[in-house]
Ligand binder design. Structure first.
Ligand code: ZN
Ligand code: ZN
Ligand code: ZN
Length: 380
C-alpha cells in the first residue's frame, strides 16, 4: 500500500493537537544493521530524557528497548543482587507509574537501555568499605507497574501477590518483544536473523512446492496470497523444522503463522500485517462474530486493549480499517476502529495523525490503555 499524505495539512493537524512536529519516514526498505544496534545489544548508558515512550513502550532511536539502573552501590546491595537478581532494580519496558514518579521528582538517573533478550543484565556497585567496583551479570525482574500499564497478557485482571510474582518469574523478554514487534521499525538484532536455524538445505524448493500444492492459500484463515506469495509461510505442524514430510507441512499466512503456539520471535512487520488485513477485507474474510475473532485478527500488541474492550462490552471494532480523506485516498490505517463513531486506535503515529486530520478521534495504544474510560465512553 502506498500512503499518500498531504504533509501541510498534517502539520496543521499536529499543531492543533498540540504535539510536536516530527519528520515522517514512510518506507518498506530493509534497514541495514547500524552501530547503534550493536551497542543496544550490549547495553548502552543513556539519559532518561532520551528514551521515548510514544506508544507506551520504551524505545530508543526507533528500537524497542528495556531500561534499568545498573548501579547497585546503595547498602552494598550489589553482593546480594549478584546472587539473586530478584533483589535488584526492576527493569522497565513501558512508561509506568514508577518511571512517572521519578520524572515528577526530577530524578533523572542514567539508565542502561538494551534489547538483549536473554534476561541476563550487567550490574555493578561500589563496595562501601573499600571503594572497589564490583561487576557482574544477574537475572533482574521485570517491573510489575510496566506489565500493568500495558495490560500485558491481561495482567490487570491478575490477583496481586503470588500469581503476579509467578508471572514475573516466568516472564520472557523475547516473547514480550515479539508481541510488539510491529510497533517498531527496527528488529532486535541477533534474534530476527536466526530464523533459518534448523531448516534443511532444500527448504526453498520444498516450501515453494507446498505453497503451490495448496494454491497459495492460508490453511487457517483462508486468505488467497497468489499475488503476495512472500506473505505465505510454510509451517511445520509438529514443530520439527527438519521433518519435511508432506503431512507435516501446511501453508499459513504470516499473521496466522506468528499466532501458532510456540511461534514467538517471528518479528512480523506491521507493514505485512497491514497488507494481510487489507487482503482479508477484500476477500471477505474479516468476519467477527465474537471477541475471539477480534483477538485472532488483531495485532498481538493490541491484545491488552482488546481485553479491556471486551470487559467493557463495547461493540466489535473493525480490525485494520483503512481511513480515506475526502479525495478517497487512503491516508491511514487504524488497527482498531469504530467507523460509525469515527473512533480508533492506531499502532503508528503517522496513521494517528492522518486519521485525526480526516476527522477521527484517534488513540495511541498508550492513551487507549491509560485513558480507557474515556475511550470506552466515546464508544457508548
Ligand atoms: Zn516500570
Ligand atoms: Zn492466515
Ligand atoms: Zn511454523
Amino acid at each position: 500500500m502506498k500512503l499518500s499524505v498531504d504533509l501541510s495539512s498534517l502539520h496543521n493537524a499536529v499543531q492543533t493537537m498540540g504535539a510536536e512536529q516530527i519528520n515522517f519516514e514512510v518506507s518498506n526498505e530493509v534497514i541495514p544493521i547500524e552501530p547503534i544496534d550493536k551497542q543496544l545489544g550490549e547495553g548502552l548508558e543513556v539519559n532518561f530524557a532520551d528514551i521515548e515512550f510514544e506508544t507506551g513502550l520504551a524505545s530508543y532511536k526507533g528500537r524497542q528497548v528495556l531500561l534499568y539502573i545498573k548501579d547497585h552501590s546503595y547498602n552494598n546491595k550489589i553482593y546480594g543482587v549478584l546472587k539473586d537478581g530478584t533483589q535488584g532494580n526492576r527493569f522497565h519496558i513501558a512508561d509506568c507509574q514508577k518511571l512517572d514518579e521519578m520524572r515528577r521528582k526530577g530524578r533523572f538517573e542514567r539508565y542502561v537501555v538494551t534489547n538483549k533478550l536473554d534476561g541476563q543484565f550487567a550490574v555493578s556497585g561500589t563496595d562501601n568499605t573499600n571503594n572497589q567496583l564490583i561487576e557482574g551479570e544477574t537475572n533482574l525482574s521485570v517491573c510489575q507497574y510496566c506489565l500493568e500499564s500495558l495490560n500485558y497478557e491481561k495482567f490487570r485482571a491478575m490477583p496481586r501477590g503470588q500469581q503476579r510474582r509467578m508471572f514475573v518469574t516466568s516472564f520472557k523478554l523475547a516473547d514480550f518483544f515479539d508481541t510488539y514487534s510491529s510497533f517498531f521499525k527496527f528488529m532486535p538484532t541477533g534474534v530476527a536473523n536466526n530464523s533459518d536455524a534448523g531448516y534443511s538445505k532444500d527448504w526453498d524448493s520444498i516450501s515453494r512446492n507446498v505453497r503451490e500444492l495448496f494454491n497459495y492459500g492460508c490453511q487457517q484463515c483462508g486468505l488467497d496470497l497468489k499475488n503476495n506469495k512472500r506473505l505465505l509461510h510454510v509451517h511445520h505442524i509438529n514443530g520439527v523444522k527438519s521433518d519435511n514430510s508432506t503431512s507435516n507441512l501446511t501453508p499459513l499466512c504470516a499473521d496466522c503463522h506468528r499466532k501458532q503456539p510456540d511461534h514467538q520471535h517471528m518479528f512480523i512487520k506491521h507493514e505485512e500485517t497491514k497488507i494481510i488485513n487489507q487482503l482479508r477485507n477484500e476477500q471477505g474474510l474479516n468476519v467477527k462474530e465474537n471477541w475471539q475473532d477480534v483477538y485472532k485478527l488483531a495485532d498481538p500488541g493490541m491484545h491488552g486493549v482488546i481485553d479491556l474492550l471486551e470487559k467493557y462490552n463495547v461493540s466489535f471494532p473493525e480490525v485494520g480499517e483503512e481511513i480515506q480523506n475526502d479525495k478517497q485516498e487512503v491516508v491511514a490505517e487504524l488497527e482498531l476502529a469504530w467507523p460509525l463513531k469515527k473512533v480508533g486506535v492506531a499502532v503508528d503515529k503517522i496513521s494517528a495523525i492522518a486519521a485525526t486530520s480526516a476527522g477521527w478521534k484517534v488513540y495511541s495504544m498508550r492513551h487507549a490503555l491509560g485513558q480507557f474510560e474515556q475511550l470506552a465512553s466515546s464508544l457508548r
